[in-house]
Design a protein around this ligand. Sequence first.
Ligand SMILES: Nc1ncnc2c1ncn2[C@@H]1O[C@H](COP(=O)(O)OP(=O)(O)OP(=O)(O)O)[C@@H](O)[C@H]1O
Length: 244
Amino acid sequence: MSSTIVAQNVKKSFSTGGGRKRRVTEVLRGVSLSLEAGEMVSIVGPSGSGKSTLLYCLSGLEAADSGSIEVMGTQVVRASRNSLFKMRRDHVGFIFQSYNLIPSLSAGENVSLPARLAGRPLAKKQVESVLESVGLRGREKSRPGDLSGGEQQRVAIARVLAARPDVVFADEPTGALDSKNGREVLGMLRKIADDPRRSVVVVTHDLEAASLADRILVLKDGQVVRVMGRSTAAQILEAMGGSQ
Ligand SMILES: Nc1ncnc2c1ncn2[C@@H]1O[C@H](COP(=O)(O)OP(=O)(O)OP(=O)(O)O)[C@@H](O)[C@H]1O
């Protein structure tokens, strides 16, 4: 197996307020992790423990202060904007709680946009086939506003699948969905990670979602306090000390 992400001793602080009211909060206090191709990792922990910040630092959306993060061999910490742009374009896909679709574009156009921007336009058949793979056959022309939340998230997954990324980062992907749609979306994420070339990192409060991962990292106060192999939601809850 080969590593898609290797992160060592990642630190990140935020400062808020100015002058005498300036406060520095250490949000990540030396996080290390590695992710293998074909693996799904969940990051869980109490609210404010730094889960989203970690995801954004790993993907280069947020700049870590120190440490080392390699994504598919590219060093992310203190990388140039150009190198981060290329790393994200060539290797990374994102799924957010809020879907982040462009409302004025159809489902098909949303799916094909990243490939078009990367100068590798998709054939109509490819767009149809990737939408079909997420259960949206024949919905190419629908606009996000005409789709349910679950369907919009599936378009977002189709957009990621079309770009064939090595690593998919998902931040609370089921946070806005009911449990049935949430389960379907999670099944799709699990399927992405079952491809031996791909890996998935999911930040979630949903412990059923977390239990689909091969490894679960429990974050507390900006540090990884537990690393678990395949676990049930009840075992994860126990590892978190009984509180989400
Ligand atoms: N841009 C920012 N500026 C200042 N503080 C920030 C910023 N982003 C995050 N924080 C702070 O960092 C801490 C961790 O936030 P983060 O969103 O990473 O936690 P989380 O574990 O994902 O929380 P939740 O589960 O509630 O989404 C919080 O105290 C938050 O207020």
